[in-house]
Design a protein around this ligand. Structure first.
Ligand code: ADP
Ligand code: MG
Length: 290
């Protein structure tokens, strides 16, 4: 039996532990936050494990936990940092010929003229989003320059605090009438996808942000070859072992909007039957390569 430290959402741990156990991987949950971890004495409360499943999202605690566990990670620090930087991921994808929403990164503090120039260079309506946050936090749709400046004022207020660390944000073309897919790729291979749809049809046309944490549900769907190829190629290019590639697809385009190196695992039946075989094989491979 291989021992796996799982440092991700509890629900994902609960979902994955059964299927992995049947494939020889014993998942153990690590509660990483909201506790005291002695550093000067050897902390013995962490279980003995062979591989870690996704580097912790909070890098300070993550660094300490990583040094205690001393394991190879399915998605280490580098992958987690890369996917968190939406601007960087989009830049790499664009350079390599993938279609992405037209996007400008704003680095604060920026002059009024340059800001307005950026506004004018992105098609309206446009989306303003944090460069690094997730779960749809702070993402707004903008139709006019006054609202644009108002939102930017708020961002400045927040980012003026030095502790924020990140003083950038993205302005991005809005992809209309798009289906919103999360395509899962493990070790370069497509293993299934979900489509995010609104819980009630009432929201269609009235709301536009499909976040499972808010109004959307994830439904297992089949993907056409064209999307599978885009997702697999993007995963290989970025070098992220276990990744959710977020795709917005409408009549005209298939664009990658972001990637996630710590994607939630949904119910088994939403993915291809090979999902857990591939995941277990990847975990074993990480253990052997270490
Ligand atoms: N450029 C865009 N065009 C259309 N819809 C978008 C765009 N950007 C984000 N959205 C909508 O908002 C949701 C959240 O945005 P996303 O960039 O994926 O951020 P998060 O990291 O919060 O998931 C997406 O799933 C999608 O429904
Ligand atoms: Mg997303």
């Amino acid at each position: 039996m291989l021992n796996l430290a799982v440092v991700t959402h509890r629900e994902t741990f609960e979902t994955m532990k059964g299927p992995l156990k049947r494939r020889g991987v014993l998942a153990k949950y690590i509660d990483a936050y909201g506790k005291a971890i002695p550093i000067s004495e050897r902390y013995t409360e962490f279980p003995d494990v062979d591989v870690g499943f996704v580097y912790p999202s909070r890098l300070m605690e993550g660094g300490v936990i990583d040094s205690f566990l001393e394991v190879p990670w399915v998605n280490g620090l580098e992958s987690v940092l890369l996917s968190r930087n939406k601007g960087r991921v989009l830049a790499i994808l664009e350079k390599n010929g993938f279609d992405i929403p037209s996007t400008i990164m704003i680095s604060n503090p920026i002059s009024e003229e340059e800001l307005i120039e950026a506004y004018e260079n992105v098609q309206k309506p446009m989306v303003i989003k944090p460069n690094s946050a997730t779960r749809g936090l702070g993402i707004v749709l903008i139709n006019d320059v006054d609202s644009f400046e108002g939102v930017v004022d708020y961002i400045k207020l927040v980012q003026d605090r030095e502790e924020t660390g990140d003083r950038s944000f993205l302005v991005q073309e809005y992809i209309p009438d798009a289906r919103d897919y999360r395509v899962m790729v493990i070790d370069g291979e497509y293993v299934g996808a979900v489509e995010r749809r609104f819980k009630d049809n009432y929201s269609d046309g009235k709301k536009w942000k499909r976040n499972v944490h808010r109004d959307a549900v994830a439904i297992g769907v089949e993907m056409p070859e064209s999307i599978i190829k885009i997702a697999e190629d993007a995963a290989s290019l970025l070098g992220i072992n276990y990744v959710g590639i977020d795709i917005l697809a409408n009549e005209e385009r298939i664009v990658i909007s972001e990637t996630n190196a710590r994607p939630t695992i949904d119910k088994e039946e939403k993915y291809l039957p090979c999902f857990y075989d591939k995941l277990a094989a990847l975990i074993e491979k990480m253990n052997k390569c270490y």
